[in-house]
Write a protein that binds this ligand. Structure first.
Ligand code: 5RP
Length: 298
C-alpha cells in the first residue's frame, strides 16, 4: 500500500545522513523517559546545564517568613528572573498566575512546624495533584542522621516511585539537624544516599572545604541551598564557588528575597550561575541594578 500522500514533490529520506542521537545534558539523567527529561530541561537551562531556582516554600513549616509575608507583592515580580520557582501547592494555587511559563517545583513533604521535631515529616502531596498543577518537579526533605531518618528516606523513595510512574523529577533536600556538623563528609553521605535511592537531583548546602568531592561523588546533579541571609558579596561568592565546584545551579531563598533589592540580587545570581561571572563583578552588577531600580521606584 503506497503512502496516502498525493504531494508530487520528491521525498527526501536522506539515507546517507545518520540520525543524530543527542545525549541528555544533565548528569545521571540519560536513562529517563521523555517526560522526565522534558521537565528537567525546563528546570535546568540546557545551554548552561544549570538552574537558578527561587525557593519560597518556607511557609510550609515556619509560616510567613520575613520577605514572604506577601508573596503576591514580593515574589511574583521576581518570577521572570528565575529558571524555576520552588513553592508549595497552596501558594501556587492561590497566588501564582497560571499564565506563567516558568516551571514550578512543588514542596511535597511536610507535617511538623518549627515548634516540633522537623524530621518527623510525611509525604504531603499526591503525585496526581502535582500532575494536575503541571509541576516540573517535586521536592522533599531527607534527614540523614536525624531522629526520623528512616521515615524521611522512605518518604523520598515512595515519592521517587510515584515520580517514576509519572515522569516527575524528585528533588531530595538534605536537611541538617541543628546539632549536626555541616561538612563535606556529611554531605557526601547524605547526597549519595539520596541519589542511590533514586532522587533525580539533590539540593544541599555549600561547604568551603572539599565541596567538589560532594558533587563528584553524587551521580546526579546537585543544586546549592542558600541558607540564612548573608551579605550580598558572601552569598554571590558562595554561589560562585558552588557552581565552580560542580553544582548544577542554586535553589536560593532568603539570600534573594531578604536582600535589600531582591530584583537586583536574583539577576546577579543568574550572572554567576549562567555566565560564570566572578563574585566582585556580580556585586557591581547588583549595585548598578539596585540603583536603577531604586531610581525607577522613587
Ligand atoms: C529547607 C528548605 C526551604 O524551606 C527553603 O527552600 C530554604 O531556602 P533558603 O535556605 O535558601 O532560604 O528547603 O531546607
Amino acid at each position: 500500500m503506497p503512502e496516502a500522500d498525493f504531494n508530487t514533490k520528491e521525498k527526501e529520506y536522506h539515507p546517507e545522513i545518520p540520525q543524530k542521537t543527542t545525549p541528555f545534558f544533565l548528569k545521571g539523567a540519560g536513562s529517563y523517559d521523555w517526560g522526565m527529561k522534558n521537565r528537567l530541561a525546563r528546570t535546568f537551562d540546557p545551554k548552561s546545564g544549570r538552574t537558578v531556582m527561587l525557593a519560597v516554600d518556607h511557609g510550609y513549616f515556619q509560616g510567613p517568613t520575613t520577605g514572604l509575608e506577601r508573596i503576591d507583592l514580593s515574589i511574583i515580580p521576581l518570577i521572570p528572573y528565575c529558571d524555576a520557582l520552588f513553592c508549595t501547592r497552596g501558594i501556587l494555587r492561590s497566588l501564582v498566575p497560571p499564565q506563567s511559563q516558568k516551571p514550578m517545583v512543588l514542596r511535597a513533604s511536610g507535617g511538623p512546624s518549627i515548634l516540633r521535631e522537623l524530621s518527623n515529616e510525611e509525604i504531603a502531596m499526591d503525585m496526581e495533584d502535582a500532575l494536575r498543577l503541571n509541576a516540573s518537579g517535586v521536592g522533599i526533605q531527607v534527614f540523614i542522621g536525624g531522629e526520623f531518618e528512616t521515615r524521611s528516606v522512605h518518604n523520598m523513595t515512595r515519592l521517587v516511585d510515584l515520580g517514576m510512574r509519572h515522569g516527575m523529577p524528585v528533588m531530595a533536600v538534605t536537611a541538617v539537624g541543628k546539632d549536626m556538623k555541616r561538612d563535606a563528609q556529611y554531605f557526601r553521605l547524605a547526597c549519595r544516599i539520596c541519589a542511590e535511592l533514586g532522587a533525580t537531583y539533590v539540593k544541599t548546602y555549600y561547604v568551603e572545604e572539599d565541596f567538589e568531592t560532594v558533587t563528584a561523588s553524587c551521580p546526579v546533579p546537585i543544586v546549592m541551598a542558600g541558607g540564612k541571609k548573608l551579605p550580598e558579596l558572601d552569598a554571590l561568592t558562595m554561589a560562585y564557588n558552588a557552581v565552580q565546584g560542580g553544582a548544577a545551579g542554586v535553589d536560593m531563598g532568603r539570600n534573594i528575597f531578604q536582600s535589600d533589592s531582591p530584583e537586583a540580587m536574583i539577576q546577579a545570581v543568574r550572572a554567576v550561575v549562567h555566565e560564570n561571572m566572578k563574585p566582585q563583578h556580580a556585586l557591581d552588577l547588583y549595585r548598578t541594578l539596585k540603583d536603577r531600580i531604586d531610581r525607577e521606584k522613587a
